[in-house]
Write a protein that binds this ligand. Sequence first.
Ligand code: HH2
Length: 264
Amino acid sequence: MGVLNVTPDSFSDGGLVASVDVAVARAAELHRAGADIIDVGGESTRPGAAPVSPDEERRRVLPVLRELQPLGMVLSLDSRRAEVVEPALDVGIDLVNDVDGFRSSAMQRLLPRLVAEGQGLCVMHMQGSPSTMQASPHYADVCGEVYGFLRGQAEMLEAAGVDPQSVLLDPGFGFGKTYTHNQTLFRGLSSAAQGPHAILVGVSRKRMIAEAMGQPDSAPAQRDAASAVAAVLAAQSGASVLRVHDVAGTLAALRLAAALGAPV
Ligand code: HH2
């Protein structure tokens, strides 16, 4: 899954996509590099980010989705707002990536339509909200709570008629988690991947990568090589979808791991 942020303030690529044309060119580049899914987002959810109005989010993503839709790419919309998802469904998307994990009642009211259209649904875990989530994340048992929440949301979706094969579960690295929480969750991936649902992992360029590299002050784009290693480790742990900024580098790393004998 290649990341396409149509935002002025995303933590690693904010402001890069300043027009619809640039967004389409970037999506085509991600697709050519081997991305199976393009994840279009119109709101930065980095720690400390202020929420964006639904109007503004729609203004950012809908024109881009309209241009991308006829090009035959698999499109994911990274949004936690039903008011943005609904018009995007009218344009034509394949996957709804909700960093709020389908907790909002407005998103739950959309479920009949999501089921009828056979949409893929990514349920992500977040403690708190982006503006405050890194203030003091706290868990008694981070794997139990996060993976348990994801299983519970999957059950809720399935009770509403969603096909289990359409569900992706994502522990939400960096969303209301300390470095140690992220590390523990990453180590818990292989056990989570034994369950009936596919797992999505998004660690690309995140602060946990910089910390694990021993270079906490590195610029996000300097974290691509280490992010590709993390993607290989996630795949080896059973993750099915890897949300990344550097698609070419990640695929090269995955191919290298497969060629040298490590199962991915
Ligand atoms: N991470 C980000 C955004 N959306 N969605 C899922 N399912 N999983 C993630 O880990 C995830 C996500 C944050 O990364 P990015 O989009 O690069 O930054 P920003 O939120 O600043 O736009």
